[in-house]
Write a protein that binds this ligand. Structure first.
Ligand SMILES: C[S@@+](CC[C@H](N)C(=O)[O-])C[C@H]1O[C@@H](n2cnc3c(N)ncnc32)[C@H](O)[C@@H]1O
Length: 248
C-alpha cells in the first residue's frame, strides 16, 4: 500500500464520513441494534458512539490498520466491547449463525466483491437476523446516474476503490435478504452523485430458504432442468440399442 492509501486516505474518509449529516444517518442505523453485532468495513469507528447499550459485543472487520488506529479515541470511551476480529468482509472468520445483527455503512461501495461480502454476512447472521445499512450507490434519477458513470473512474482512483453505481437494494435481495425497511434519498449537504443513499433493514432468511441465495437457487434450478433433460436424453439413447436388440 502506498502512503496515500495507507495513511492519507483513512484520514480523509474519517473527515468526509464524520459529517454532522452522516451522524444523523448513523444514529438511525444503530438505534435498534441489540445482542451480538458484526460490522463490516468498520473504518475509524464512526458508528461506535451510536451503539446502544443493548449491544453486548461488536466484532469489527476492517483491513486498514490506520482506520483501526483512528478508532482508538472512540473505542476508549465506548461502553460496548469492540474487537477487531477480521480483515476481509468477503471471507468472514466466524461460524454460521453467530450474530444477531450486522452493520454496514458506506462500505458496500468499496468492498471489491459486494456479493461475496453480503453472502458472508447472511451466513454469519442467525436465521431472521438483521443487517442494518446506510450505503451510497446508484441514484434513482437518470441525470444523476449519467454523472455517476462519468465520475466513477476518478472516484475509484482517489477514494480507495469506491464505486458510485452499485445498486444497493438489488445487491441485498440478490444475496437472499428480504428488505424489511428501505429509505432511498439524497443525503443532505452532499453532491447527489455521491449522496444517493439507501438506508434500511435487511433480514436474513430462516429455515430452508437459508441455504441458498436467489442467484444460487436459479443456477441450481437450471442445472436440475439441464440434468433432467440430460436424463431424458440418455434414457432415449439407452432405449435405442435395446430396441435394436429386441426380437421384433
Ligand atoms: C468509505 S469507508 C467507510 C468506513 C465506515 N464503514 C464508515 O461508515 O465510516 C469504506 C471502508 O471499507 C473498508 N474495506 C475495504 N475493503 C474491505 C473489505 N474487503 N472488507 C472489509 N472492509 C473493507 C475500507 O478499509 C474502509 O474502512
Amino acid at each position: 500500500m502506498g502512503i496515500y492509501t495507507d495513511r492519507v486516505l483513512p484520514r480523509l474518509i474519517d473527515a468526509a464520513c464524520g459529517s454532522r449529516q452522516a451522524a444523523v444517518l448513523r444514529r438511525r442505523v444503530c438505534a435498534e441494534l441489540a445482542g451480538t453485532v458484526v460490522e463490516i468495513g468498520f473504518g475509524s469507528g464512526l458508528n461506535v458512539p451510536f451503539y446502544p447499550p443493548g449491544v453486548t459485543r461488536v466484532d469489527a472487520v476492517e483491513p486498514s490498520d490506520s482506520g483501526w488506529r483512528l478508532a482508538r479515541s472512540r473505542l476508549s470511551v465506548s461502553a460496548v466491547p469492540v474487537l477487531r476480529s477480521g480483515l476481509d468482509g468477503q471471507a468472514l472468520p466466524f461460524a454460521d449463525a453467530t450474530f444477531d445483527a450486522a452493520v454496514s455503512t458506506w462500505t458496500l461501495c468499496t468492498i471489491p466483491d459486494p456479493d461475496a461480502a453480503l453472502r458472508e454476512v447472511r451466513r454469519v447472521l442467525r436465521p431472521g437476523g438483521v443487517l442494518r445499512f446506510a450505503e451510497h450507490g446508484l441514484a434513482p434519477d437518470e441525470d444523476v446516474r449519467r454523472w455517476q458513470r462519468r465520475l466513477e473512474p476518478l472516484q475509484r482512483r482517489v477514494a480507495g476503490g469506491c464505486r458510485l453505481t452499485r445498486p444497493i437494494p438489488d445487491l441485498l435481495t440478490g444475496a437472499g435478504f428480504t428488505l424489511a425497511e428501505l429509505d432511498v434519498f439524497y443525503e443532505e449537504g452532499t453532491p447527489r452523485f455521491v449522496g444517493a443513499m439507501s438506508l434500511g433493514v435487511a433480514v436474513a432468511p430462516s429455515g430452508s430458504d437459508r441455504q441458498e441465495s436467489p442467484s444460487v437457487k436459479a443456477e441450481r434450478a437450471s442445472a436440475t432442468q439441464g440434468s433432467a433433460s440430460a436424463t431424458q436424453d440418455s434414457a432415449s439413447v439407452t432405449q435405442d440399442p435395446s430396441a435394436e436388440d429386441s426380437p421384433s
